[in-house]
Write a protein that binds this ligand. Structure first.
Ligand code: SAM
Length: 306
């Protein structure tokens, strides 16, 4: 296991806590008139380390948002035995990492934790003893109807607990509002609704998020067995981390949270024990940074031509 995953790197000073930042050496060699594009943007740290043994190196009260998608205790193969715990053993381990993660949050900070119906009751009761519960979000994975189980109802959702350090937690609904379609807007065009801010801004996504899981053919899918859809994690980052704030992902996997942060200019620190998944995360973050830079350059050219 390597300490810091990022490859060719040169130190770039960053403000807080002496955190190492990285930038691409290749990008530094680009022609003078082309702004350098960092392979992994400043402020994004992809660590090939075990969160439980390394958490002590992360300063307390330095994080705005934790997005935690840990092993669920269901026996998935992550190239290690991290998902082989079950029952009390799994819960003891869960409480251990939660106790390490929670102090990292600022007073305005919050936490989203993915889990399943099998363990959500115990995890939520534990978290309620430490934090303020804001929501239980149900992720409807849009699983198609097929045969399957005959002794109970088919489970097609994940549970996501949303908890805050205090009642004064950061939350901005506007960037995650869902626009009304033209037909709905027209139907609500009567005098009664005229000038309604909510009609223009869109509606609250509510607490049931119906987003397709990433099946093998999905364009976003990489080689990770439980990769989460970017749409879900982006919603968490945009609503619960201020622009320029810092997000922690203790179980980074293929780097979905890091990609959301790279796309939306948040700082990020993530941990992953499987080196191959760190490599995937790095590739995804570099591609996202490149796409964002290209998009920004195109906007500048458009503006100059206008
Ligand atoms: C559910 S997956 C995360 C998937 C991720 N959200 C994504 O979209 O790709 C959990 C990950 O945690 C990693 N892991 C397990 N124990 C860990 C630990 N102690 N520290 C860091 N990573 C760990 C596993 O290798 C696995 O890739």
């Amino acid at each position: 296991m390597r300490d810091e995953f990022d490859e060719p790197q040169m130190p770039v000073p960053v403000g807080e806590a002496g955190a190492e930042a990285t930038a691409s050496v290749a990008a530094a060699e680009a022609p003078a008139e082309v702004p350098p594009v960092p392979a992994v943007p400043d402020g994004i740290r992809l660590l090939n380390r075990d969160f439980l043994t390394d958490a002590a190196n992360l300063p307390d009260a330095s994080i705005d948002l934790i997005v935690a998608d840990p092993p669920y205790g269901l026996g998935k193969d992550y190239g290690n035995d991290s998902d082989m715990r079950s029952g009390e053993d799994f819960l003891t381990w869960t409480y251990e990492w939660l106790d390490l993660a929670i102090p990292k949050l600022k007073a305005s900070g919050s936490l989203y934790v993915f889990c399943t119906w099998q363990y959500a009751p115990e995890i939520f009761v534990y978290l309620k003893s430490k934090m303020t519960m804001i929501n239980e979000i149900v992720w409807d994975r849009r699983v198609p109807s097929m045969g399957g189980t005959t002794r109970r109802f088919t489970s097609v959702h994940d549970n996501i607990g949303f908890f805050a350090v205090s009642k004064d937690y950061y939350f901005d609904l506007d960037p995650v509002r869902i626009p009304y379609d033209a037909a709905t807007k027209k139907a609500r065009s009567r005098k009664l609704f005229e000038g309604s801010k909510w009609l223009e801004l869109g509606y609250n996504p509510k607490d049931v998020w119906s987003v397709s899981r990433l099946h093998r053919q999905h364009a976003e899918r990489v080689d990770h067995p439980t990769q989460k859809p970017l749409e879900i994690v982006e919603r968490m980052v945009l609503a619960s981390c201020p622009p320029g704030g810092r997000v922690l992902d203790p179980f980074m996997g293929s780097g979905t949270t890091a990609v959301a942060c790279a796309r939306h200019k948040r700082e990020f620190v993530g941990y992953e024990i499987n080196e191959s998944y760190c490599a995937i995360a790095r590739e995804r973050v570099s591609a996202a940074a490149m796409a964002a830079a290209t998009h920004a350059a195109a906007a500048v050219i458009d503006a100059a031509g206008a």
